[in-house]
Design a protein around this ligand. Structure first.
Ligand code: ADP
Ligand code: MG
Length: 315
């Protein structure tokens, strides 16, 4: 029997960093490094569920869809592209992880990647206000024309050009939760909830296709809560969540009670779309009975589990 169950979300930078070539080789190189600490955690006896972002990968798949049209291949919708990216990244993590496990003499672990869907409410207020930019960049004229034809919304994304924006609803339930738990109980290492899961809504037993993207940290919390994990660990490119981040008086948050963290949250220290969803998820996990939420870098992950580094939120 394993020690405790940890749900670990891998930050986007662990698969591909800004400015790097978007090749298979580069992504594998990054993942081989990222996975070292995961194997260290496995060696400590923890049960593991890995989740991951998919922003750059699904972005590239969307660009490939547009390009394929000129060769007679119809564009596939976003949910299909999300599934493709889960398969792609899941496969890469499987490869990197199993090679490293083998290196370390661990040969009795099965690593499995599960295509994962997240239930959302199609009346979620997020559908009234799309906020998340995705896919190719367009000129303003192209964006206006596309909006006229499709009614999709477009925004100027940080001065880099115009992109389509889609809603980011709250995940309610991970459909594969029970299957994931069964695998983990068998000792398998599960990769799931890629890119926050493929959003679906259900009406009278039928699935409704949803064009949206779910925050992977929120979805990881939902899964962790659903399967009664002990620890939620959100790995990113900073060692801690900070007070006054980026300012002269910035200060690392170490071990902290949920009550205090909520006060800090309300003071507005955490940027929307990056640290904010992590802190929200970390708080929610403890509120729903989790033992420990960690926000840290992969470098500090092991020390954080030993209560010696990272932001650690407890009851
Ligand atoms: P990931 O792919 O790991 O989810 P994000 O970019 O979404 O990465 O989130 C991590 C980023 O959050 C950090 O690189 C940092 O720039 C930003 N951030 C915003 N507010 C804070 C804060 N208060 N403390 C620490 N980092 C913060
Ligand atoms: Mg993020």
């Amino acid at each position: 029997m394993t020690k405790e169950l940890v749900a670990i979300a891998l930050g986007g930078n662990m698969i591909l960093q800004k400015g790097q070539p978007k090749t298979y080789e580069q992504q594998m190189k990054n993942l081989r490094l990222a996975i070292e600490v995961i194997v260290d955690i496995i060696k400590q006896g923890y049960g593991i569920i890995l989740t991951h972002g998919n922003g750059p990968q699904v972005g590239n798949i969307l660009v490939q869809q547009k390009a394929g049209v000129t060769r007679g291949i119809p564009e596939q919708p976003l949910n299909i592209c999300g599934a493709m990216s889960q398969g792609q990244i899941g496969f890469m993590i499987q490869t990197a992880l199993e090679e490293r496990l083998f290196d370390q003499g661990i040969v009795d672990k099965c690593v499995v990647a599960i295509i994962t869907r997240a239930i959302v409410d199609h009346n979620d207020s997020a559908f009234k206000e799309p906020t998340k930019p995705i896919g190719p960049f367009y000129t303003e004229e192209e964006a206006i024309e596309l909006h006229r034809k499709t009614k999709d919304s477009y925004i100027n994304d940080a001065g880099r050009g115009f992109r389509k924006v889609i809603p980011s609803p709250i995940p309610l339930q991970i459909l594969e939760g029970n299957t994931i738990l069964r695998c983990v109980k068998e000792g398998d290492i599960v990769i799931a909830v890629g890119g926050g899961g493929i959003p679906v809504a259900r009406e009278n037993g039928n699935f409704i296709d949803i064009e949206a993207v779910i925050d992977k940290d929120r979805a990881t919390d939902v899964l962790a809560t659903q399967i009664d994990a002990d620890i939620l660990m959100l790995l990113t490119d900073v060692s801690n969540a900070y007070l006054n981040y980026g300012k002269e008086n910035q200060k690392k948050i170490g071990k902290i009670s949920i009550k205090k963290m909520k006060e800090i949250f309300d003071e507005g220290h955490f940027a929307k779309g990056s640290m904010r969803p992590k802190v929200e998820s970390a708080i929610s996990f403890i509120e729903h009975g989790g033992r420990l939420s960690i926000i840290t870098s992969s470098k500090d992950a092991l020390a954080a589990l030993k209560d010696k580094a990272g932001t650690r939120i407890v009851k």
